[in-house]
Design a protein around this ligand. Structure first.
Ligand code: IMP
Length: 423
Protein backbone atom coordinates (compact mmCIF):
# COMPACT_ATOMS: atom_id res chain seq x y z
CA UNK A 1 0.00 0.00 0.00
CA UNK A 2 1.30 3.50 -0.74
CA UNK A 3 0.52 4.77 2.77
CA UNK A 4 1.71 2.94 5.87
CA UNK A 5 1.39 4.19 9.44
CA UNK A 6 3.32 3.26 12.56
CA UNK A 7 1.21 3.89 15.65
CA UNK A 8 1.72 3.45 19.40
CA UNK A 9 -0.82 1.14 21.03
CA UNK A 10 0.00 1.98 24.66
CA UNK A 11 1.12 5.15 26.52
CA UNK A 12 3.95 5.97 24.13
CA UNK A 13 7.57 4.77 24.37
CA UNK A 14 6.67 1.53 22.62
CA UNK A 15 9.71 1.67 20.35
CA UNK A 16 8.13 3.23 17.27
CA UNK A 17 11.43 4.88 16.35
CA UNK A 18 13.13 1.53 15.76
CA UNK A 19 10.17 0.15 13.77
CA UNK A 20 10.02 3.26 11.59
CA UNK A 21 13.74 3.17 11.04
CA UNK A 22 13.55 -0.50 9.97
CA UNK A 23 10.74 0.16 7.55
CA UNK A 24 11.83 3.55 6.28
CA UNK A 25 14.01 1.82 3.70
CA UNK A 26 10.79 1.25 1.72
CA UNK A 27 9.46 4.79 2.10
CA UNK A 28 9.94 7.90 -0.01
CA UNK A 29 8.43 10.30 2.52
CA UNK A 30 8.31 9.91 6.31
CA UNK A 31 5.69 12.18 7.87
CA UNK A 32 5.09 13.17 11.49
CA UNK A 33 1.58 14.54 12.01
CA UNK A 34 1.01 15.43 15.68
CA UNK A 35 2.72 16.33 18.93
CA UNK A 36 6.01 18.10 19.19
CA UNK A 37 9.18 17.92 21.24
CA UNK A 38 7.34 15.97 23.97
CA UNK A 39 8.17 12.87 21.92
CA UNK A 40 11.49 11.11 22.13
CA UNK A 41 12.51 8.53 19.57
CA UNK A 42 15.62 6.48 20.08
CA UNK A 43 17.25 4.69 17.18
CA UNK A 44 20.47 2.68 17.46
CA UNK A 45 22.58 2.32 14.33
CA UNK A 46 25.81 0.37 14.78
CA UNK A 47 27.42 1.77 17.90
CA UNK A 48 25.64 5.12 17.61
CA UNK A 49 22.50 6.06 19.48
CA UNK A 50 20.30 8.81 17.98
CA UNK A 51 17.57 10.54 19.97
CA UNK A 52 15.07 12.75 18.15
CA UNK A 53 12.29 14.80 19.63
CA UNK A 54 11.00 16.44 16.46
CA UNK A 55 12.73 14.94 13.44
CA UNK A 56 11.00 11.93 11.89
CA UNK A 57 12.89 8.63 12.10
CA UNK A 58 13.49 8.60 8.35
CA UNK A 59 16.34 11.09 8.73
CA UNK A 60 18.81 8.25 9.16
CA UNK A 61 18.15 7.10 5.61
CA UNK A 62 19.91 9.16 2.99
CA UNK A 63 17.27 9.33 0.31
CA UNK A 64 14.09 9.99 2.30
CA UNK A 65 12.19 13.23 2.56
CA UNK A 66 11.14 13.87 6.16
CA UNK A 67 8.05 15.93 6.77
CA UNK A 68 6.86 17.77 9.87
CA UNK A 69 3.21 18.21 8.97
CA UNK A 70 0.63 20.82 9.88
CA UNK A 71 -0.78 18.98 12.90
CA UNK A 72 2.46 19.41 14.83
CA UNK A 73 3.56 22.06 17.31
CA UNK A 74 7.15 23.04 16.58
CA UNK A 75 9.75 24.34 18.99
CA UNK A 76 12.13 26.01 16.52
CA UNK A 77 15.12 26.07 18.88
CA UNK A 78 14.81 22.31 19.45
CA UNK A 79 14.38 21.63 15.74
CA UNK A 80 17.47 23.67 14.88
CA UNK A 81 19.46 21.82 17.57
CA UNK A 82 18.51 18.49 16.00
CA UNK A 83 19.37 19.73 12.51
CA UNK A 84 22.72 20.96 13.82
CA UNK A 85 23.45 17.59 15.47
CA UNK A 86 23.22 16.07 11.99
CA UNK A 87 25.27 18.86 10.42
CA UNK A 88 27.98 18.20 13.04
CA UNK A 89 28.12 14.60 11.79
CA UNK A 90 28.49 15.88 8.24
CA UNK A 91 24.86 15.15 7.30
CA UNK A 92 23.03 17.95 5.51
CA UNK A 93 19.24 17.79 5.80
CA UNK A 94 18.38 20.74 3.57
CA UNK A 95 17.02 18.59 0.74
CA UNK A 96 15.46 16.03 3.08
CA UNK A 97 13.55 17.98 5.69
CA UNK A 98 10.28 19.82 5.07
CA UNK A 99 8.38 21.82 7.68
CA UNK A 100 4.72 22.70 7.19
CA UNK A 101 3.99 26.41 7.05
CA UNK A 102 0.70 25.55 8.77
CA UNK A 103 2.28 23.84 11.81
CA UNK A 104 2.00 25.84 15.02
CA UNK A 105 5.00 27.39 16.74
CA UNK A 106 5.84 26.77 20.40
CA UNK A 107 6.95 29.97 22.15
CA UNK A 108 8.66 30.45 25.53
CA UNK A 109 5.33 31.53 27.05
CA UNK A 110 3.85 28.13 26.19
CA UNK A 111 6.60 26.37 28.10
CA UNK A 112 6.38 28.84 30.99
CA UNK A 113 2.61 28.32 31.24
CA UNK A 114 2.96 24.53 30.99
CA UNK A 115 5.41 24.42 33.89
CA UNK A 116 3.64 27.06 35.97
CA UNK A 117 0.20 25.49 35.67
CA UNK A 118 1.59 22.05 36.55
CA UNK A 119 3.25 23.66 39.57
CA UNK A 120 -0.03 24.80 41.12
CA UNK A 121 -2.18 21.79 40.31
CA UNK A 122 -1.18 19.67 43.30
CA UNK A 123 -2.81 16.24 43.06
CA UNK A 124 -4.35 17.17 39.70
CA UNK A 125 -0.93 17.47 38.01
CA UNK A 126 -0.75 15.71 34.66
CA UNK A 127 2.99 15.14 34.74
CA UNK A 128 3.52 16.82 31.36
CA UNK A 129 6.90 16.96 29.67
CA UNK A 130 7.00 20.73 30.16
CA UNK A 131 7.53 21.31 26.42
CA UNK A 132 4.61 23.72 26.07
CA UNK A 133 2.47 21.22 24.17
CA UNK A 134 -0.87 21.81 25.93
CA UNK A 135 -0.63 25.63 25.87
CA UNK A 136 0.42 25.63 22.19
CA UNK A 137 -2.53 23.44 21.16
CA UNK A 138 -4.81 25.56 23.39
CA UNK A 139 -3.77 28.66 21.42
CA UNK A 140 -4.38 26.78 18.17
CA UNK A 141 -7.95 25.97 19.29
CA UNK A 142 -8.45 29.52 20.61
CA UNK A 143 -7.22 30.86 17.25
CA UNK A 144 -4.47 32.92 18.80
CA UNK A 145 -1.71 30.53 17.75
CA UNK A 146 1.11 31.62 15.46
CA UNK A 147 1.92 29.25 12.63
CA UNK A 148 5.29 28.67 11.02
CA UNK A 149 4.24 30.60 7.90
CA UNK A 150 3.20 33.57 10.05
CA UNK A 151 6.82 34.06 11.10
CA UNK A 152 7.45 35.47 7.61
CA UNK A 153 4.45 37.79 7.59
CA UNK A 154 4.51 41.44 8.56
CA UNK A 155 1.69 40.86 11.09
CA UNK A 156 4.02 38.58 13.10
CA UNK A 157 5.30 41.50 15.17
CA UNK A 158 1.84 42.66 16.17
CA UNK A 159 0.44 39.21 16.85
CA UNK A 160 3.40 38.12 18.92
CA UNK A 161 3.28 41.36 20.90
CA UNK A 162 -0.41 40.82 21.68
CA UNK A 163 0.23 37.22 22.72
CA UNK A 164 3.17 38.07 24.97
CA UNK A 165 1.13 40.83 26.61
CA UNK A 166 -1.76 38.47 27.31
CA UNK A 167 0.42 35.57 28.46
CA UNK A 168 2.41 37.83 30.76
CA UNK A 169 -0.82 38.87 32.42
CA UNK A 170 -1.71 35.22 32.99
CA UNK A 171 1.80 34.31 34.17
CA UNK A 172 1.82 37.13 36.71
CA UNK A 173 -1.78 37.01 37.92
CA UNK A 174 -2.29 33.26 38.05
CA UNK A 175 1.15 31.96 38.83
CA UNK A 176 3.13 34.86 40.24
CA UNK A 177 5.75 34.19 37.53
CA UNK A 178 8.21 36.65 35.99
CA UNK A 179 6.99 38.33 32.79
CA UNK A 180 8.75 37.47 29.53
CA UNK A 181 10.35 40.05 27.26
CA UNK A 182 8.56 40.55 23.94
CA UNK A 183 11.65 42.14 22.36
CA UNK A 184 13.84 39.17 23.26
CA UNK A 185 11.34 36.61 21.98
CA UNK A 186 10.76 38.61 18.79
CA UNK A 187 14.43 38.87 17.96
CA UNK A 188 15.14 35.23 18.89
CA UNK A 189 12.26 33.93 16.78
CA UNK A 190 13.08 36.20 13.84
CA UNK A 191 16.48 34.56 13.77
CA UNK A 192 14.97 31.05 14.02
CA UNK A 193 12.63 31.97 11.15
CA UNK A 194 15.60 32.96 9.02
CA UNK A 195 17.43 29.70 9.73
CA UNK A 196 14.33 27.55 9.16
CA UNK A 197 13.30 29.26 5.93
CA UNK A 198 14.87 26.64 3.57
CA UNK A 199 12.75 23.90 5.11
CA UNK A 200 9.36 25.64 5.19
CA UNK A 201 6.78 24.65 2.62
CA UNK A 202 3.22 23.53 1.95
CA UNK A 203 3.58 19.92 3.07
CA UNK A 204 -0.02 18.99 2.20
CA UNK A 205 0.63 19.42 -1.52
CA UNK A 206 4.08 17.93 -1.22
CA UNK A 207 2.58 14.74 0.23
CA UNK A 208 -0.36 14.54 -2.17
CA UNK A 209 1.87 15.16 -5.19
CA UNK A 210 4.19 12.40 -3.97
CA UNK A 211 1.25 9.98 -3.68
CA UNK A 212 -0.03 10.96 -7.13
CA UNK A 213 3.43 10.21 -8.49
CA UNK A 214 3.24 6.69 -6.99
CA UNK A 215 5.59 7.33 -4.10
CA UNK A 216 5.38 5.64 -0.68
CA UNK A 217 4.43 7.66 2.35
CA UNK A 218 5.12 6.40 5.88
CA UNK A 219 3.29 8.12 8.68
CA UNK A 220 4.97 8.25 12.06
CA UNK A 221 2.85 8.51 15.20
CA UNK A 222 4.20 9.96 18.42
CA UNK A 223 2.97 8.95 21.90
CA UNK A 224 0.18 6.33 21.75
CA UNK A 225 -3.59 5.80 21.74
CA UNK A 226 -3.85 5.79 25.55
CA UNK A 227 -2.49 9.37 25.50
CA UNK A 228 -4.87 10.39 22.69
CA UNK A 229 -6.73 13.62 23.48
CA UNK A 230 -10.15 12.13 22.73
CA UNK A 231 -9.80 8.40 23.37
CA UNK A 232 -6.98 8.16 25.92
CA UNK A 233 -7.17 8.27 29.70
CA UNK A 234 -8.41 11.89 29.77
CA UNK A 235 -7.39 14.27 31.32
CA UNK A 236 -4.07 12.41 31.69
CA UNK A 237 -3.34 12.59 27.99
CA UNK A 238 -1.42 14.74 25.56
CA UNK A 239 -3.13 17.52 23.60
CA UNK A 240 -3.24 15.86 20.17
CA UNK A 241 -4.78 12.77 18.60
CA UNK A 242 -1.89 10.39 19.17
CA UNK A 243 -3.49 7.63 17.12
CA UNK A 244 -4.63 6.94 13.58
CA UNK A 245 -7.45 9.39 14.30
CA UNK A 246 -5.08 12.35 14.01
CA UNK A 247 -3.58 11.47 10.65
CA UNK A 248 -6.24 13.09 8.47
CA UNK A 249 -6.44 16.32 10.44
CA UNK A 250 -2.68 16.44 10.99
CA UNK A 251 -1.65 16.00 7.36
CA UNK A 252 -4.71 16.52 5.14
CA UNK A 253 -4.61 12.90 3.95
CA UNK A 254 -8.19 11.75 3.23
CA UNK A 255 -9.10 9.13 5.89
CA UNK A 256 -9.92 6.54 3.24
CA UNK A 257 -6.36 6.77 1.94
CA UNK A 258 -4.84 5.79 5.30
CA UNK A 259 -3.53 2.42 4.20
CA UNK A 260 -1.79 -0.22 6.25
CA UNK A 261 -1.50 0.34 9.99
CA UNK A 262 1.40 -1.13 11.95
CA UNK A 263 0.70 -1.09 15.67
CA UNK A 264 3.65 -1.06 18.04
CA UNK A 265 3.39 -2.50 21.55
CA UNK A 266 5.95 -3.16 24.22
CA UNK A 267 5.85 -6.73 25.57
CA UNK A 268 4.81 -5.17 28.90
CA UNK A 269 3.44 -1.71 29.75
CA UNK A 270 5.04 1.53 30.84
CA UNK A 271 3.74 5.01 31.48
CA UNK A 272 5.53 8.30 32.22
CA UNK A 273 3.60 10.98 34.02
CA UNK A 274 0.42 10.75 36.05
CA UNK A 275 -2.86 9.00 35.34
CA UNK A 276 -4.56 5.61 35.46
CA UNK A 277 -2.44 2.54 34.74
CA UNK A 278 -4.47 -0.56 35.69
CA UNK A 279 -1.67 -3.12 35.31
CA UNK A 280 1.00 -1.10 37.14
CA UNK A 281 3.12 -3.18 39.51
CA UNK A 282 5.73 -2.57 42.16
CA UNK A 283 8.27 -4.89 43.73
CA UNK A 284 10.72 -7.30 42.14
CA UNK A 285 9.07 -7.76 38.75
CA UNK A 286 8.67 -3.97 38.34
CA UNK A 287 12.32 -3.45 39.21
CA UNK A 288 13.32 -6.14 36.74
CA UNK A 289 11.42 -4.43 33.90
CA UNK A 290 12.59 -0.92 34.83
CA UNK A 291 16.25 -1.87 35.18
CA UNK A 292 16.61 -4.35 32.35
CA UNK A 293 14.41 -2.25 30.05
CA UNK A 294 16.18 1.05 30.92
CA UNK A 295 12.78 2.53 31.54
CA UNK A 296 13.56 6.21 31.84
CA UNK A 297 11.79 8.88 29.75
CA UNK A 298 13.75 9.89 26.63
CA UNK A 299 12.56 13.49 26.88
CA UNK A 300 12.54 14.14 30.61
CA UNK A 301 14.69 11.35 32.10
CA UNK A 302 11.89 10.54 34.56
CA UNK A 303 11.59 6.88 35.63
CA UNK A 304 8.76 5.19 33.76
CA UNK A 305 6.10 3.35 35.73
CA UNK A 306 6.06 -0.35 34.77
CA UNK A 307 3.38 -3.02 34.62
CA UNK A 308 2.18 -6.19 32.93
CA UNK A 309 0.81 -6.26 29.40
CA UNK A 310 -2.69 -4.82 29.35
CA UNK A 311 -4.45 -6.86 26.68
CA UNK A 312 -7.80 -5.13 27.33
CA UNK A 313 -6.27 -1.77 26.42
CA UNK A 314 -4.29 -3.33 23.56
CA UNK A 315 -7.37 -4.93 22.02
CA UNK A 316 -9.06 -1.52 22.10
CA UNK A 317 -5.92 0.00 20.53
CA UNK A 318 -5.96 -2.57 17.74
CA UNK A 319 -9.64 -1.94 17.07
CA UNK A 320 -9.71 1.86 17.14
CA UNK A 321 -6.55 2.21 15.06
CA UNK A 322 -7.54 -0.50 12.61
CA UNK A 323 -4.20 -2.19 13.26
CA UNK A 324 -3.30 -4.67 10.50
CA UNK A 325 -0.31 -6.18 12.25
CA UNK A 326 1.55 -5.67 15.46
CA UNK A 327 5.22 -5.34 16.35
CA UNK A 328 6.05 -6.58 19.84
CA UNK A 329 9.02 -4.71 21.30
CA UNK A 330 11.48 -5.51 24.08
CA UNK A 331 10.55 -9.16 24.54
CA UNK A 332 14.18 -9.64 25.67
CA UNK A 333 13.49 -7.47 28.75
CA UNK A 334 11.13 -10.15 30.07
CA UNK A 335 13.81 -12.89 30.12
CA UNK A 336 14.55 -13.94 33.69
CA UNK A 337 11.04 -13.52 35.12
CA UNK A 338 9.78 -16.79 36.60
CA UNK A 339 6.23 -16.01 35.52
CA UNK A 340 4.60 -13.34 33.37
CA UNK A 341 1.10 -11.92 33.58
CA UNK A 342 -1.36 -10.57 31.04
CA UNK A 343 -4.44 -8.55 31.95
CA UNK A 344 -7.39 -10.02 30.06
CA UNK A 345 -10.27 -8.29 31.86
CA UNK A 346 -11.03 -5.41 34.23
CA UNK A 347 -13.28 -5.48 37.21
CA UNK A 348 -15.03 -2.14 37.65
CA UNK A 349 -17.71 -1.53 40.30
CA UNK A 350 -18.00 -5.27 40.88
CA UNK A 351 -18.55 -6.02 37.17
CA UNK A 352 -16.12 -7.88 34.96
CA UNK A 353 -15.50 -6.52 31.46
CA UNK A 354 -13.02 -7.14 28.68
CA UNK A 355 -13.83 -3.77 27.07
CA UNK A 356 -11.61 -0.76 27.60
CA UNK A 357 -14.07 1.88 28.83
CA UNK A 358 -14.36 5.05 26.78
CA UNK A 359 -15.37 7.85 29.14
CA UNK A 360 -17.55 5.73 31.42
CA UNK A 361 -16.99 3.87 33.69
CA UNK A 362 -13.59 5.25 34.57
CA UNK A 363 -10.43 3.32 33.75
CA UNK A 364 -9.12 4.75 37.02
CA UNK A 365 -11.51 2.41 38.88
CA UNK A 366 -10.46 -0.74 37.02
CA UNK A 367 -8.91 -3.66 38.89
CA UNK A 368 -6.98 -5.84 36.45
CA UNK A 369 -7.78 -9.55 36.12
CA UNK A 370 -4.63 -11.43 35.18
CA UNK A 371 -3.78 -14.68 33.46
CA UNK A 372 -0.42 -16.03 34.60
CA UNK A 373 1.90 -17.66 32.08
CA UNK A 374 5.26 -19.35 32.56
CA UNK A 375 8.31 -17.11 32.19
CA UNK A 376 11.63 -18.02 30.57
CA UNK A 377 15.14 -17.78 31.97
CA UNK A 378 17.15 -17.74 28.75
CA UNK A 379 18.44 -14.46 27.29
CA UNK A 380 17.01 -14.00 23.80
CA UNK A 381 18.81 -10.93 22.48
CA UNK A 382 20.82 -13.08 20.07
CA UNK A 383 17.82 -15.00 18.72
CA UNK A 384 16.94 -14.15 15.11
CA UNK A 385 14.31 -16.76 14.23
CA UNK A 386 10.95 -17.18 15.93
CA UNK A 387 11.36 -20.95 16.21
CA UNK A 388 14.57 -20.45 18.19
CA UNK A 389 12.84 -18.58 21.01
CA UNK A 390 12.24 -20.54 24.25
CA UNK A 391 8.86 -22.32 24.32
CA UNK A 392 7.50 -20.00 27.02
CA UNK A 393 8.41 -16.88 25.02
CA UNK A 394 6.71 -18.24 21.90
CA UNK A 395 3.73 -19.24 24.01
CA UNK A 396 3.52 -15.66 25.33
CA UNK A 397 3.50 -14.22 21.81
CA UNK A 398 0.85 -16.72 20.67
CA UNK A 399 -1.27 -15.96 23.73
CA UNK A 400 -1.26 -12.24 22.94
CA UNK A 401 -1.93 -12.87 19.26
CA UNK A 402 -4.95 -15.05 20.06
CA UNK A 403 -6.39 -12.59 22.55
CA UNK A 404 -5.80 -9.51 20.37
CA UNK A 405 -6.89 -11.27 17.18
CA UNK A 406 -4.08 -9.70 15.23
CA UNK A 407 -0.86 -11.04 13.75
CA UNK A 408 2.34 -10.19 15.64
CA UNK A 409 4.48 -9.88 12.54
CA UNK A 410 7.68 -8.61 14.15
CA UNK A 411 9.27 -9.34 17.53
CA UNK A 412 12.09 -7.11 18.71
CA UNK A 413 14.74 -8.52 21.04
CA UNK A 414 17.06 -5.54 21.43
CA UNK A 415 17.64 -1.97 20.31
CA UNK A 416 19.86 -2.68 17.28
CA UNK A 417 18.41 -2.98 13.78
CA UNK A 418 19.41 -6.64 13.49
CA UNK A 419 17.91 -7.64 16.86
CA UNK A 420 14.62 -8.22 15.10
CA UNK A 421 12.63 -11.36 14.34
CA UNK A 422 10.40 -11.18 11.24
CA UNK A 423 7.72 -13.88 11.16
P1 IMP B 1 2.52 16.64 27.33
O1 IMP B 1 2.36 15.97 26.01
O2 IMP B 1 3.91 17.16 27.57
O3 IMP B 1 1.47 17.68 27.58
O4 IMP B 1 2.31 15.55 28.47
C1 IMP B 1 1.05 14.92 28.72
C2 IMP B 1 1.26 13.46 29.13
O5 IMP B 1 1.75 12.73 28.03
C3 IMP B 1 2.27 13.26 30.26
O6 IMP B 1 1.85 12.16 31.04
C4 IMP B 1 3.55 12.90 29.52
O7 IMP B 1 4.44 12.15 30.30
C5 IMP B 1 2.97 12.08 28.38
N1 IMP B 1 3.82 12.08 27.17
C6 IMP B 1 3.95 13.08 26.26
N2 IMP B 1 4.78 12.71 25.26
C7 IMP B 1 5.17 11.45 25.55
C8 IMP B 1 6.01 10.51 24.87
O8 IMP B 1 6.54 10.75 23.78
N3 IMP B 1 6.16 9.30 25.47
C9 IMP B 1 5.53 8.99 26.63
N4 IMP B 1 4.74 9.82 27.30
C10 IMP B 1 4.55 11.05 26.76
Amino acid sequence: MPVLSVIGTQWGDEGKGKVLDLMAARADLVVRYQGGANAGHTVVVGSEKFVFHLLPSGVLHEDKVNVLASGMVIDPAQLLREVKAFADRGIDLSDRLRLSAAAHVVFPYHKALDTASEGVKGGLRLGTTGRGIGPAYSDKAARTGIRVGDLYHEAFHERLEANVREKNRALQALYDSEPLSFEEIYSEYSEYARQLRPYVTDTYHLMMDALDAGRYVFIEGAQGILLDLDFGTYPFVTSSNASVLGIASGTGLPPKRVGEVFGVAKAYCTRVGEGPFPTEISGKAAEHLATKGHEFGTTTGRPRRCGWFDAVAARFAVQINGVDSLTLMKLDTMSGLSEVKVCTAYEIDGKRTDRFPVGFPSVADATPQFETLPGWGEEIDNVRRFQDLPDAARNYVHFLEDFLRVKIAIVSVGPARDQTIFR
